[in-house]
Design a protein around this ligand. Structure first.
Ligand SMILES: C[S@@+](CC[C@H](N)C(=O)[O-])C[C@H]1O[C@@H](n2cnc3c(N)ncnc32)[C@H](O)[C@@H]1O
Length: 276
């Protein structure tokens, strides 16, 4: 296990915004590395987190946050009800995970000199769409899927699918199993449970990234057995500086080395009741 301390999302550095907010068909080096904002359309308290984004991307964030807050009055999507707090707690936290993911994915990708165009990513337990990285949003609650579908349409995104189902079921479907380059999840379950939701979906050689808090070391240790059984191994624990109120967060990155045994994921509910 190595610890990386070079993944700060300092203002002015290029970042990849979650695809739900971006509406891009593919990630490209240009858009990953050369995004620079010239105007500020988000509230000043959140400006730092999004200052490296283009004006259209910032507008998409605004649409997303407006839609989230409006729908949140009718359904329980997030406990956060203030625009500046949504930006700080959710958007900034999600953005913070992107530099290490980009760096590690590029470093491991051998095709096209590390190009990540057309990469397939699934976000497990999308909730209200955070972090919403490319391109399949998997969420088990119908009402949250209805919100996600609406937000995707409101933001005019053509590259995001919403799948309303449980990860345990999707992980056993041939349409999804071992077919994603990257599987991402934030605030869904403890790591050893999350691993059973996510690793079956990763193609061999692909990545699993879990967005965790400032000190996930014990959780990471407790998940070691599960990770091995599922066919993956740890790549990095990467500290990231979020501009949200919690400050430093951790991106936990794994690579899938072998096919996941067919018995995983187990039936819906079993991973959380009897973690590996
Ligand atoms: C606390 S929310 C986090 C949402 C979002 N990722 C975020 O960071 O704000 C966790 C979401 O995961 C979903 N979820 C939990 N277990 C799941 C499973 N087994 N399959 C699919 N979605 C699941 C829940 O319905 C919930 O919307």
């Amino acid at each position: 296990m190595s610890l990386c301390c070079c993944c700060s999302t300092a203002t002015g550095r290029g970042v990849l915004l979650p695809s739900l907010l971006l509406g891009r068909r593919h990630w490209t080096g240009h858009h990953l590395l050369n995004l620079r904002a010239t105007t500020t359309v988000v509230s000043s308290s959140s400006a730092a987190a999004t200052s490296s984004l283009s004006p259209p991307q910032q507008r998409q964030i605004t649409v997303y946050v407006d839609t989230l807050l409006e729908w949140n009055q009718r359904m329980n999507l997030t406990a956060v009800t203030d625009e500046a707090e949504v930006m700080a707690r959710h958007v900034a936290d999600s953005l913070a995970m992107l530099p290490p993911l980009e760096r590690v994915y590029r470093g491991r990708s051998t095709s096209a000199g590390g190009a990540i165009d057309g990469v397939r990513l699934i976000d497990v337990g999308s909730g209200a769409g955070l972090p919403g990285w490319k391109f399949t949003l998997l969420e088990s609650m119908r009402k949250r899927c209805t919100f996600l579908e609406h937000a995707v349409e409101a933001m005019n995104l053509s590259n995001v699918d919403v799948v309303c189902d449980r990860a345990e079921k999707v992980g056993q479907s041939l349409d999804f199993r071992e077919s994603y380059d990257i599987v991402a999840a934030r605030a869904v379950a403890e790591l050893k449970v999350l691993a059973e939701y996510c690793i079956p979906l990763v193609r061999i050689g692909g990545l699993f990234i879990a967005a965790k808090g400032h000190d996930p070391h014990e959780e990471v240790r407790n998940a070691e057995g599960a990770i091995k059984k599922l066919g993956a191994s740890m790549l990095e624990l990467c500290n990231v500086e979020s501009m949200g109120p919690h400050g430093q967060r951790t991106a936990v990155l794994y690579v899938k080395e072998r096919a996941t045994p067919k018995k995983y994921p187990r039936l819906p509910g079993t991973p959380s009741k009897a973690p590996l």
